[in-house]
Write a protein that binds this ligand. Structure first.
Ligand SMILES: NC(=O)c1ccc[n+]([C@@H]2O[C@H](COP(=O)([O-])OP(=O)(O)OC[C@H]3O[C@@H](n4cnc5c(N)ncnc54)[C@H](O)[C@@H]3O)[C@@H](O)[C@H]2O)c1
Length: 395
């Protein structure tokens, strides 16, 4: 095992900062088994963003190109946190340079590129370099807890899944044009937040066999160009020039999972729902519900309780649930936590795998590029369904 790992993050935007902070925190969890993580560089074509993030999160330097990071001898591990259409070029370049790569979701903006990336990952892995994808929500303690309740028989087999991921970053017509509004059908809300919800659906209910009733809708057809660089969902100052929105603001579909049927609805124009990832899963012994707005609790209904006293109970997550014991500086019940911790668990899991720490002593491994391709195959099937009047598409 190497004595230290040099870390870089490419992309200093909304999620890039979460990765940058996560590598900083990763070694502070659980036991001190990780090699030292040297925080080396933040790479961003916008030097202002790169410099600010490097300073804020304590990285040694910032670089203005991914090539500089690929060529740097003091960097071993790189997160790729930039627009989906850029993932392939950067990930393949980093893997060819011998780096271990953690790529953001969705794997790419096209299935063909995603499959090529998985091929490059297989070749890199044969040379000893890892390529993984960050489906952050598998690290949410509440979602992991519900999965355990399904798998250990407490809830038992899922019968019906209903998932919604409503966001509002595009609900204002004056929200500036950005990379998120460009690309073919299905590359909008479906790829952006539908990738998460679809992954969670399969995480809990098994592989999707068919999708049907696909719908994609562009609710706001044009957006003003920003006057400067825009980070994440920021509402920056805009000009009076507009460009057409190319992809979906709202998407919905039904799915046949391995274990049950379900439906998923996602949006980026859901006013009042900045980041509402919510689902309910109904199982043979009860039901569970999760809402990202209250990430430190789950709702649980168990059918075994006498019906006169029964109902959904609020279960506050604590050290008896996944990730929490040792995974928070103060890991007492009811301390509260949220989405940023999930990035830190993800960084920890990736560093553990890179460092060669056995899986039995690690957090659950990060998802593979094959899983990233699988996720995109489901999204492509939804798009095919939507483009064909909702027809049923098999996977
Ligand atoms: N897991 C999650 O919860 C989560 C949340 C948000 C975004 N994401 C994913 O993270 C990725 C980035 O999203 P974001 O919201 O952070 O985007 P963003 O627009 O906020 O940031 C992207 C950054 O990349 C920089 N950039 C552009 N081209 C570059 C290049 N060639 N080399 C280096 N830097 C470049 C931009 O200057 C910008 O700072 C996407 O794949 C997105 O799907 C994941």
């Amino acid at each position: 095992m190497s004595e230290s790992l040099g870390v870089a993050v490419i992309g200093a935007g909304m999620a890039g900062k979460a990765h940058a902070a996560a590598y900083r925190a990763a070694s502070t969890f659980y036991r001190p088994t990780l090699p030292e993580a040297r925080l080396v560089s933040i790479g961003d074509v916008n030097p202002e963003f790169g410099q600010a993030a490097a300073k804020r999160f304590g990285y040694e330097r910032h670089d203005a190109s991914w090539q500089a990071i690929a060529e740097a001898d003091d960097i071993d591990v790189v997160s790729v946190v930039i627009a989906n259409s850029l993932h392939r070029e950067v990930v393949e370049g980093l893997l060819a340079a011998g780096k271990h790569v953690l790529c953001e979701k969705p794997l790419s903006d096209s299935l063909a590129d995603a499959r090529a990336m998985a091929e490059a990952a297989r070749a890199a892995e044969a040379r000893g370099n890892l390529a993984r994808i960050g489906f952050t929500y598998r690290r949410a303690p509440g979602i992991a807890a519900i999965r355990e309740l399904i798998q250990n028989g407490t809830l038992g087999r899922p019968l019906h899944f209903s998932g919604r991921y409503w966001t509002d970053y595009g609900c204002s017509p004056s929200a500036p044009m950005s990379w998120r509004y460009k690309g073919g059908p299905g590359s909008g809300a479906l790829a952006d937040v539908g990738s998460h919800m679809t992954y969670i659906g399969e995480f809990l209910c098994g592989e999707i066999q068919t999708v049907s009733g696909g719908q994609l809708s562009t609710a706001i057809g044009k957006r003003p160009l920003p006057l400067g660089a825009v980070m994440g969902h920021d509402h920056a100052a805009v000009s009076d020039a507009f460009e057409a929105v190319e992809n979906d603001d709202v998407a919905a579909f039904s799915a046949e999972f391995a274990d049950c049927i379900g439906s998923i609805e996602v949006s980026r124009v859901a006013a009042g729902h900045a980041n509402s990832l919510m689902f309910e899963v109904f199982c043979e012994n009860g039901a569970a519900t999760f809402d990202q707005r209250r990430p430190a609790e789950i709702g649980l209904f168990l059918s075994e309780v006498a019906s006169a006293q029964n109902g959904y109970r609020q279960v506050i997550l604590g050290p008896e649930h996944p990730y929490i014991a040792g995974g928070l500086p103060m890991d007492a019940p009811s301390v509260g936590f949220g989405q940023n911790e999930a990035f830190a668990y993800q960084a920890r899991a990736f560093l553990e795998e890179v460092a060669g720490i056995p899986e039995s002593e690690s957090l659950p491994r990060c998802a593979t590029f094959e899983e990233g391709v699988r996720n995109m195959e489901v999204l492509a099937a939804v798009t095919e369904s939507a483009l064909n009047n909702g027809k049923k598409v098999s996977l």
